[in-house]
Design a protein. Sequence first.
Length: 551
Amino acid sequence: MMDIKAMVEAQLLDPKYDEEYKAQLKALSEEEARECFYKELSFGTAGIRGKLGVGPNRMHKYLVRSVSYAYALYLKEQQEEPSAVIAYDSRNGSPEFAQEAARTLASNDVKTYLFDQYASTPELSFAVRYLDATGGIVITASHNPPEYNGYKVYHRSGRQLLQEEAGDILRLVEENKEKTDIPFRTAEELIEEGRLEMIGDNILGAYDGVILAAVKNPACRDMASQLRIVYTPLHGVGWRAMHSFAQNFGLTKLYPVESQMHPDGSFPEARQPNPENPEVFEKAIAIAEEKGADLILATDPDVDRIGAMVRGDDGFEMIDGNQMGALMAEYLFSLRQGQGGTVITSVVSTSLVDAIASTYKGRVLRTLTGFKYIGEAMDTLCDNEFVLGFEESYGYLSGLHARDKDAINAAALIIEMALSALSQGKSLLDKQREIEEKYGYYKEGQIVLTLEGEEGAQKIRSLMAGFRDSPLEKVATGRRTELTDYLEDTDLPKEDVIKWNFRGDQWVAIRPSGTEPKLKIYLGSHGQSANDVRNNYRDLENSMKALLEKE
């Protein structure tokens, strides 16, 4: 049994922690102390992520310093004279944590490049490659609520670290946990000695250039002034790059949601700043109606995810992550003139892309959830073989400039596709209907259980164990035809995911979220009739909800 009180007392007596930190410790209630101390934050799907606060289960400067010191040791194992790039977004604490990380790395013999302004996750991935750095860090919690922050760690290729690599850093954290003399010098000293270098406009300008150069059909620019777009960065850091692309591409009718443009880690108009949620589009829709816009785009705070709404007959309609991935795959393959190519996506993303790739003599590679695996797979391909990487969770990459999902690269592609459709007198919704007519009907969705705290974590473990002990044999739509447990049954790295296929081309997958206290149940249905698919999906969803209510 954990002695939480003793753990709190130990930190209160430890001279490593300053008075501000100790004051927060003293203010904790018994219940709050348990939540802050019952476990340690660790690497998930996208680095370390947790609520701001004190204790081992919270994000604070001492955790950042500890992990950064371990990362410095790790980088020195990788290269004799290592270097790293550090970026940060608009979240509360991000600039301060970035400074903490930069000073720690630079004080421990890692040449460190620190952005002198907000920079996004894809801009960090690009910068690691552009500067030929050994690694990188971005301080962000992506689309999580405002009480969260996080720490994403990057490989020299520009992808996030894989679990085994992250495990090496955690080992170094553990080995140095009691170290009290971690070198930690002032930024001024480090800059003067050339150990710390501030970067900004030159790198971001180079990034803007590759975004513009990635446009596949330059002829679309001739119609750019005809497209009306509303854009919101949801109080994140996306406006700089989006505005740059609009100017360079000739988008003269880009209308920002002014009240959501300023970077603000409290996210006053988007408490859940996730472009998967239709609610975050409320103000953008009002502006789009006023301006007569054709398209609405929203990016999350660190600009790696993007959501899109398109004007339809009855107002604006959301295109979900699977539908957008399919639209992108169809468009990009159609431009390749029979060259084939490879789409990389996750095991819980739509199987529609398999049908699309097959039609164009291409192929689909399936990875575990987490764009780091897509980034890893990209490096196994020849450059001209890569077509698209995407996940159902609104993350896309169609360029070779980065190895993480890129919402600005995706925005440019969505705009290009919208212009291509406009040149035919159509919209992206029309293109989506053409895909359904060509390949059949696919519907995917999720059931998400939010289970917070120690009790919630235990419930998630219990549910996963229950599904392993008593695997699904049938659902309303039919009996099981295949079961895959990604802890045991594949050549992929071991991951806590279970997937079932059922008769009638239906499937279910279940996994704990790697970034939030949630259990995610993914559902998929396919058929030749829209009505049949809709009914089968509803039955599948009801079956799973009924099963979960029993647990």
